[in-house]
Design a protein around this ligand. Sequence first.
Ligand SMILES: NC(=O)c1ccc[n+]([C@@H]2O[C@H](COP(=O)([O-])OP(=O)(O)OC[C@H]3O[C@@H](n4cnc5c(N)ncnc54)[C@H](OP(=O)(O)O)[C@@H]3O)[C@@H](O)[C@H]2O)c1
Length: 305
Amino acid sequence: MKAIVAMDQAAAAAGITLAERPEPTPAINDVVVEVHASGFVPAEWEWPSTWVDRSGHDRAQAIIGHEFAGVVSSLGYGTTGLSLGQRVFGITDWHRDGTLAEYAAVEARNLAPLPGNVDFTVGASLPISGLTAWQGLFQHGRLQAGQSVLAHGAAGAVGSVVTQLAREFGAYVIGTGRAADRQAALDFGANAFLDLDHEDLDDIGGVDLVFDVIGGDIQGRSASIIRPGGTLVSVVGPVEARPVDGLAVDFVVESVPSQLVEIVDRVRDGRLRTHIGTVATLDDAIPALNPTERRKGKTVIRVRP
Ligand SMILES: NC(=O)c1ccc[n+]([C@@H]2O[C@H](COP(=O)([O-])OP(=O)(O)OC[C@H]3O[C@@H](n4cnc5c(N)ncnc54)[C@H](OP(=O)(O)O)[C@@H]3O)[C@@H](O)[C@H]2O)c1
């Protein structure tokens, strides 16, 4: 089968190639899925799991991509809950071969049914950004209606879902980003917008929850405006700055099928809009995954037309 593999950690996106790889076989409790579309997070090069397995061994030429939508094509020994031909979507284990391939072996417990009226491209764009936003706001951030949220990168893949979900749950949302992101962030539902290049975070006053997708100095400045009892949620590695009188949490998203159902239901009824920036075929995936200029929104590779 055709697959996109990572060849060289130092080269990052410049080191990926389209290769021929054996089709996977399903292990215990797995399914193999015929991949129709795969999303991609451009920071995948920075994740340790792209390069070493759980035992610390080199993962030479790993297949990249970890979110996808497709159709179940075979069942492993003992697998229950999914059936052949079923439309599914979800996140695959970070340490296993991924979803930028014609087939992927996945633990059945990581998948949710994809409704028939949701396109595979849309389905593939949802799992990582949707679940990251959901888990950051509601599990780790324990968001309450009426609280205020600082949603960094509000025009980006994760931030746009953070903004929409927080608004739906009754929060006041201040989106951030670059000057050019203002209208997009407001269109995703932000009540206000702060241009990080030209405006000062201190001018916001206080917020109850910071959802950080940027890190560094911006994280440090954001931590200092968190109200007592508030929370800094980071998805960019261990937190470097803590609120004086609050919690700091960093986490890596997990595939939770019940939450995938919540997310896709909102896409179906129009409460949630996914932010897809680029769609390309598997044959044209290399330039799409290694763009020469910055692109907005999720890149989705359409594996089957
Ligand atoms: N821990 C987890 O489970 C998890 C899950 C998903 C994502 N992540 C991480 O979260 C980060 C964001 O992912 P994403 O898919 O949402 O990326 P994305 O679509 O590129 O969104 C990031 C947004 O933040 C903006 N931004 C970044 N740095 C900025 C700065 N210094 N000033 C102003 N705006 C800035 C970007 O603007 P520009 O494009 O103009 O820079 C973009 O609009 C990545 O590092 C990713 O690895 C972690």
